[in-house]
Design a protein around this ligand. Structure first.
Ligand code: SAH
Length: 436
């Protein structure tokens, strides 16, 4: 017997899925329940039945979970940005720690007795970057985030995770769109320095904009910290106001960041994460470090201060230019950067004789790959520090490394993305040395 579509059932919610839905069982089948919180007993309508699981939504609560919270955001439930705003922070954090622990156990095959610890900070206004979507509702422009699993924009006046002045910038942009009737802007990107002094705005456009000076004057009047306005037409960027870079600091170093470059979105948690990376790297001044997926060189340059040399590898050319400028601006002379894909350049570097003592990996969500990890194993570094934003690909890659003579010494999760189920993890793999 399996659950039936459109039928109502009474069930208990016992877990949280990787996208923040409740998990329960109906007629012996796992059901992902939108709006469900562990501890709820709820009436649930089944909305779809797949081969191995079903999906449903809470219709009413028979007995609400003690972990339920009323979301502070007026847009909650509609906006797809937050996945966990209806649950307590304690439950959110425990669920993320569990996500990492289970991935390391089940996918990685690691024998972990204690849950992976998670570090967290205050969620309010924790993000330094947001990308708002723009669309039209009954002819009127709206600006916000997509609704869950949809391309309909939920107009969020003020996202409580993002900058306090974002709403003023959004309103200025909406005024411009109403005034000019322009329909060519699909996205508003906002990146702010952690001290609030500098803000970069980038608009994704699909054609020429009417009266750009008017646009710039509205945006800069709305937020005095705007130092950069960029128009991004299918990847071709033009700076129409101010500078093309903004500056932020991390662990006492200054970083210039371009619109296209990756920069961690949560300043407080990034500094804590990087401090952990450096602790795991255990640099004494004599080590050669290879930082793969280095972005604008943030970890590379923090490590360079206590290493013999650092080699950074990054695929985005703009980010590598930023990394080189950042090294020079911080007076760091022992770091070199390669603009290439890891899978291409890392095997070449190792074949050419590069022998790092410490390798740092911080890949995008899809994780690393066989060519890169194979080359890392060939180099036999003493320690590998792996930073990841996806527990599943992390566990997969660590399993490969453990098969090549490394053991998982330590793991720690970081709540980089509050109110979502996304979680950042840093792991230390140490070389199992036979006979040493
Ligand atoms: N360590 C940096 C960046 C981490 S994000 C920081 O903490 O800021 C991952 C980075 O990997 C991004 O900058 C992305 O552009 C880069 N990247 C993605 N695929 C890559 C590949 N195949 N080879 C090298 N770099 C890649």
């Amino acid at each position: 017997m399996i659950p039936e579509i459109n039928k109502e059932y009474e069930t208990e919610v016992t877990g949280v899925s990787s996208d923040g839905r409740g998990i329960g069982r109906i007629s012996g089948m796992t059901v992902f329940i939108s709006g469900g919180v562990p501890g709820d007993t709820a009436r649930v309508i089944v909305t779809s039945v797949k081969k191995r699981f079903a999906e449903g939504a809470v219709l009413s609560l028979l007995s609400p979970s003690p972990h339920r919270r009323t979301p502070q955001c007026p847009c909650a439930g509609r906006c797809g940005g937050c996945q966990t705003s209806h649950m307590s922070r304690e439950l959110e954090l425990a669920s993320k720690s569990d996500r990492v622990t289970q991935a390391l156990k089940r996918i990685g095959g690691f024998d972990i007795s204690e849950p992976v610890p998670i570090s967290s900070g205050a969620p309010q206004r924790c993000r330094n970057k947001a990308v708002y979507k723009i669309s039209f509702e009954n002819g009127a422009p709206v600006c916000g985030f997509f609704e869950n699993k949809s391309h309909t924009v939920a107009a969020a006046d003020d996202c409580l995770l993002c900058g306090v002045y974002d709403k003023d910038v959004k309103n200025a942009l909406l005024s411009y769109i109403r005034e000019t009737g322009c329909r060519n802007i699909s996205e508003l990107f906002i990146r702010r320095s952690s001290n609030g002094a500098q803000t970069m705005l980038a608009l994704r456009i699909s054609g020429a904009l009417p009266s750009v000076p008017r646009l710039v004057s509205l945006l800069t009047a709305a937020d005095k910290s705007v130092v950069s306005v960029i128009l991004d037409a299918h990847g071709k960027c033009e700076t129409v106001f101010g500078q093309s870079l903004i500056t932020d600091t991390l662990l006492g170093l200054e970083f210039k960041i371009s619109h296209k470059s990756f920069f961690q979105v949560n300043h407080e948690m990034t500094e804590r994460l990087y401090a952990q990376v450096l602790e795991y790297a255990a640099l004494t001044g004599s080590e050669r470090v290879l930082d793969i997926y280095c972005g604008i060189g943030t970890i590379s340059l923090c490590a360079a201060r206590s290493a013999k040399s650092v080699t950074g590898v990054e695929i985005v050319p703009d980010a590598v230019l930023n990394a080189r400028e950042n090294a020079a601006a911080n007076g760091i002379e022992n770091a070199v950067f390669f603009a290439d894909s890891a899978e291409n350049i890392v095997p070449k570097l190792i074949d050419a004789g590069e022998r790092p003592d410490v390798v740092i990996l911080d890949p995008p969500r899809k994780g690393s790959d066989g060519a890169t990890l194979g080359a890392v194993l060939k180099a036999e570094p003493k320690r590998i520090v792996y930073v990841s934003c996806d527990p599943a690909t992390l566990a997969r890659d660590l399993k490969l490394l453990s098969g090549g003579g490394y053991s998982l010494t330590s793991a720690r999760a970081y709540d980089m993305f509050p109110r979502t189920m996304h979680v950042e993890t840093v792991c230390l793999m140490s070389r199992i040395c036979s006979g040493e």
